[in-house]
Design a protein around this ligand. Structure first.
Ligand SMILES: C[S@@+](CC[C@H](N)C(=O)[O-])C[C@H]1O[C@@H](n2cnc3c(N)ncnc32)[C@H](O)[C@@H]1O
Length: 285
């Protein structure tokens, strides 16, 4: 493969279209590495909210697991759909949405592997085991009718990469039924001020928590190839409220003793001192 020069990291504005185009390309190019690096931690059908390893099975942020049966669920930024598979195993009807077709190909690969294993072990046909509906779309324009879902969830999917997150909140409110729930995890906003490093250099604030200028990696023509957007905690709360959603809880998982794994800038060292993940639990009125 021909490799170009390393992209340049900078802070500059990046709009909706540029961010979406850049991140679709980035996730398509990096999906294989992401699944190799994190696939074991994510499991084939585990629902984990972030690098701390908080499992939905334990946290029940979507409500009691026993109550998930027959609920319609949209997972946004589903990657290889591990969370959707966990939901399907509890009788829910998930749809896994992602911008990256390569991530969704991994979802299909895992479903086929599970089906093959079932066929071998049970002598059944393995049909549909582990398979959930997959949709390639941008979270900023959800291709579903109003009130289609009982639950919407996202584990680090889409929101950190989107320029207009207020629009995503409105879209989620639109596709949720009244009384439905929306739970999403993102990088904890305080991390924005620190270098994204797992070691001691990641413990000293070097930039302003209040600076919303996006982090952009761009090629030698100045075209963005990766974009991350920052919202303060207050920004997130305001966007949730403005969309007609009610914030029920804000969960900041602590780093557990058993977890000795690093994930990019998340590490036991930093996890002991700083929050790494923020999980917003919201209700549609
Ligand atoms: C950090 S990964 C998380 C994937 C999965 N939830 C997990 O826990 O492994 C972020 C995912 O968000 C997706 N994504 C990024 N921007 C998106 C957008 N605008 N709309 C939908 N998905 C997006 C990426 O393709 C990627 O699969």
């Amino acid at each position: 493969m021909i490799q170009g020069p390393e992209p340049e990291a900078t802070r500059r504005s990046a709009g909706v279209t540029e961010s979406s185009r850049a991140n679709r390309g980035w996730w398509d190019r990096n999906a294989d590495d992401y699944q190799v690096e994190h696939g074991e931690f994510l499991g084939d059908d585990r629902f984990v909210w972030g690098p701390e390893g908080l499992d939905e099975a334990e946290a029940e942020l979507l409500g009691p697991a026993a109550g998930l049966k027959d609920l319609s669920v949209l997972e946004i930024g589903a990657g290889a759909a591990q969370c959707s598979r966990w939901l399907a195993a509890r009788g829910a009807h998930p749809v896994a949405l992602d911008l990256s077709h390569r991530q969704l190909q991994h979802a299909r690969r895992i479903a086929e592997e599970i089906a093959d294993e079932q066929r071998d072990s049970e002598n059944g046909d393995g049909h549909a085991a582990g398979s959930v509906p997959l949709v390639q779309a941008d979270a900023g324009s959800l291709p579903f009718a109003d009130g289609s879902f009982d639950l919407v969830c996202s584990a680090y999917g889409a929101l950190p990469f989107i320029a207009d997150t207020a629009r995503v909140q409105r879209e989620v409110r639109r596709v949720l039924r009244p009384g439905g729930r929306w739970v999403f995890s993102v990088t904890h906003p305080v991390r924005w001020a620190f270098p994204d490093e797992p070691g001691p250099e990641g413990l000293t604030a070097v930039s302003s928590y209040f600076d919303r200028t996006p982090y952009v990696e761009q090629d030698d023509r100045g075209l963005a190839v990766y974009v991350e957007h920052h919202r303060t905690l207050g920004d997130r709360v305001r966007e949730i409220a403005a969309a007609g959603l009610r914030l029920v809880d804000l969960v900041e998982p602590e780093w557990p003793r058993w977890n000795d794994q690093e994930w990019g800038g998340w590490s036991p060292l930093r996890g002991r001192l700083l929050p790494g993940t923020a999980i917003f639990v919201c209700a549609a009125e």
